[in-house]
Ligand binder design. Structure first.
Ligand SMILES: *Cc1c(COP(=O)(O)O)cnc(C)c1O
Length: 361
């Protein structure tokens, strides 16, 4: 193996473990694994292949992601969460046997206008308070009956909604959304799906026929008040690079662009080959931890495109070429996200092309 600088190591046995955690939480539900945005930065095809036989369906955001899966001979059910917005997408959905979310009356009108025979599987999405995608609950009966009359549409129509605040276990909005979802569907028959990771972990009533976890599959806590370790989730991705220079800086000297860090005393710093060009957050604050040889080391100065700097003061036995962990096992990406005032989702799916990928084990 050629030594590389910025790289991620993926622990696919952790992915398996996290899938089992979903099954433990929701043993009676079918599992639709959300693998949009390059499987949250973990590699769309790698994750899809690894989940083969482990999950009941996968979900992506867009048609092109689904086509990529079919192009790589991924079989099984695939749901396109954003559905379609133009009539010319329908033949593609049919050709690749994809399922779609219907979230607007305009989409229903497109299906009606085609006046074709088919067995397109659809999930009718109801907006229960997220105010993003979904039909108004008051229109449910009318839209459902129009869909049922479309010869293009498979007769078993699923129902879904999405939670806005499920990560906060104290926020009753989730239960109000679920109540509205259930009341809207009433006695109509069809499979129901509402829970994302946070929903299925903290709101048992949301588990329903299908659960749709994303984040927790990758071993990251979806709940504001709990860590992944507390939830027994294992991180799949660890981000690493190497020390490419070590140098002394004198008291009073500034490090990096803008000189945002000044040495209060003589210091020893490490330059690490990773930066925002790799997806490490530029807004990570001073003191954001990294790990070298089992020691936590604080970030100093500004993160640049290809490099960042760490303060080695008070550390032992750290030398040029040593491996640096930026997040992963023992250093949750949630913690780095907090230092960067963002959420773990953006860090995971922000890993860039030049970062090499290795599978662990
Ligand atoms: C992204 C997404 C999910 C998964 O959410 P997580 O918080 O990652 O579990 C589920 N459902 C829909 C509609 C989504 O867009």
């Amino acid at each position: 193996m050629i030594p590389v600088a910025a790289h991620i190591e993926l622990d696919l046995s952790a992915l398996q473990h996290n899938v089992h955690r979903v099954r433990e939480y929701a043993p009676k539900s079918q599992l639709m694994a959300v693998i949009k945005a390059n499987a949250y930065g973990h590699g769309l095809l790698r994750v899809a292949n690894h989940l083969k036989g482990e999950v009941d369906a996968v979900a992506v955001a867009r048609l092109d992601e689904a086509m990529c899966l079919r192009g790589a001979h991924i079989q099984g059910r695939i749901l396109v969460l954003q559905g379609f917005s133009q009539a010319n997408e329908i033949p593609v959905l049919q050709k690749y046997q994809l399922e779609v979310v219907i979230h607007s009356v305009e989409q229903v009108a497109i299906l009606e206008s085609l006046n074709k025979q088919g067995s397109l599987r659809v999930w009718l999405k109801i907006d229960t308070g997220m105010n993003r995608l979904g039909i108004n609950p008051a229109k449910f009966v009318e839209i459902l009956s129009r869909l049922q009359q479309c010869k293009l549409v498979h007769p078993s129509i699923g129902f879904m909604t999405h939670f806005a605040n499920a990560d906060d276990e104290q926020d009753e909005k989730t239960m109000r959304q679920l109540q509205l979802f259930n009341d809207t569907i009433g006695a109509y028959s069809g499979e129901k799906s509402s829970a994302n990771s946070a929903g299925l972990m903290s709101w048992p009533a949301s588990r329903q026929d299908w659960v749709r976890p994303g984040l927790m599959l990758y071993g990251v806590s979806p709940l504001l008040a709990k860590t992944a370790a507390q939830l027994n989730l294992l991180p799949v991705m660890s981000l690493y690079s190497r020390i490419i220079a070590i140098k002394q800086v004198k008291k009073g000297q500034a490090v990096g662009y803008g000189g945002s860090w000044l040495a209060e005393k003589d210091a020893l710093i490490a330059v690490v080959s990773i930066g925002y060009g790799d997806g490490y957050p530029r807004h990570a604050k001073q003191g954001t931890p990294a790990i070298i040889n089992n020691q936590r080391v604080p970030l100093i100065g500004r993160v640049s495109m290809d490099m960042l700097t760490l303060d080695l003061s008070g550390t032992r036995h750290i030398k040029l070429g040593d491996k640096v962990k930026l997040w992963g096992e023992g250093l949750p990406v949630e913690e780095i996200a907090a230092y960067a005032e963002t959420i773990p989702y953006t860090l995971l799916c922000g890993i860039t092309q030049r970062v090499q990928v290795y599978e662990k084990g």
